[in-house]
Design a protein around this ligand. Structure first.
Ligand SMILES: [Zn+2]
Ligand SMILES: [Zn+2]
Length: 303
């Protein structure tokens, strides 16, 4: 008996024994912890998709509208063929050797899988896949293709990650609107989200510079790029306007965070404006704890 058949038989037996519908019996069986975090390859899932016969499932209210599905041993549930193909498309860059893990499962509803740092929600009642925020267990979608966390988890990124995302977002705007519409390059809500997250890390300068340099032309080169003086002036104005706007957003955000914290998390000093170069919950750089990954500082030699 194949594992798939075994599972189906087990579900049917559970269904008979308990009188539950297939969907509920399958759900109860799937919550068993067996194989929960066992890795498999995208090509193994594709092989199942290519060889498994269509499965007969009870869609309940969806009867007659459910997609064609097969019983996946790897995902431990019935999966639409189209959903697996969507996933393969989303993982085109990683290739069929991508290593996948099942993070959570709600049979006939959705499954969450991880592929390296990326996470995907597979919709099991439609031929659909959504990319999810990279924070483990987060149910939200990322802000967009280049800002790969949800708005809530952006603040958990370190300053390097934020600066990299800001650069990619700036570059995406530049590619889309480019030099023809400098006044439209600034003011994106995505920039606001990135900057607020940067303020929480005390990384305003790094992140805003990364964004502005990628989004607008290099200020040193504007006169060389634009032969037309008015066009050069438009680009300069747009760049400066966005710089000022980002600074205003950052100052407001820092003030809001300081007000919320009240006093320094470490020494208890009343918080006043200490600039944008440290996280707003601390009174000075002396009170900011070192990053968790930094090696502990020691004045003593090791022996
Ligand atoms: Zn999230
Ligand atoms: Zn302090």
């Amino acid at each position: 008996m194949t594992r798939n058949k075994k599972r189906k038989t087990a579900v049917r037996a559970a269904q008979l024994a308990t009188g539950h519908r297939y969907i509920r019996a399958a759900r109860e069986l799937a919550t068993a912890p067996a194989q929960a975090d066992q890795a498999f390859l995208l090509k193994e899932l594709l092989a199942e998709c290519a060889t498994m016969p269509p499965a007969d499932v009870d869609w309940g209210d969806l009867e007659g509208y459910g997609p064609a599905v097969f019983e996946s041993v790897l995902l431990r549930t019935a999966v639409p063929y189209g959903t697996v193909l969507e996933l393969a498309g989303a993982l085109a860059r990683e290739g069929t050797g991508a290593q996948l893990r099942l993070e959570s499962l709600d049979p006939l509803e959705s499954a969450t899988i991880t592929a390296g740092e990326r996470r995907f929600q597979l919709i099991l009642s439609q031929e659909l896949v959504y990319e999810l925020c990279r924070q483990l267990h987060c149910p939200h979608q990322p802000v967009n293709r280049t800002i790969i966390r949800c708005s809530e988890h952006l603040a958990d990124c370190d300053e390097k990650e934020l600066a990299a995302m800001a650069g990619e977002w700036g570059f995406a705007l530049h590619e889309e609107l480019g030099r023809d519409a400098p006044h439209r390059l600034g003011g994106s809500p995505e920039a606001d989200l990135l900057l607020k997250a940067a303020v929480a890390q005390g990384a305003f300068e790094l992140v805003s510079t990364s964004l502005l340099q990628a989004c607008f032309e290099d200020p040193e080169l504007i006169d060389e790029i634009f032969w037309d003086e008015e066009e050069a002036l438009d680009m300069r104005h747009a760049l400066e306007r966005e710089r000022i706007r980002l600074q205003r957003i950052a100052r407001d955000e820092a003030q809001r965070a300081r007000k919320k914290a009240g006093s320094c998390l470490v020494c208890g000093t009343q918080l006043v404006g200490a600039g944008l170069h440290i996280p707003p919950q601390y009174c000075s750089r002396d009170c900011v704890p070192p990053p968790a990954s930094a090696p502990a500082f020691s004045e003593e030699p090791p022996f």
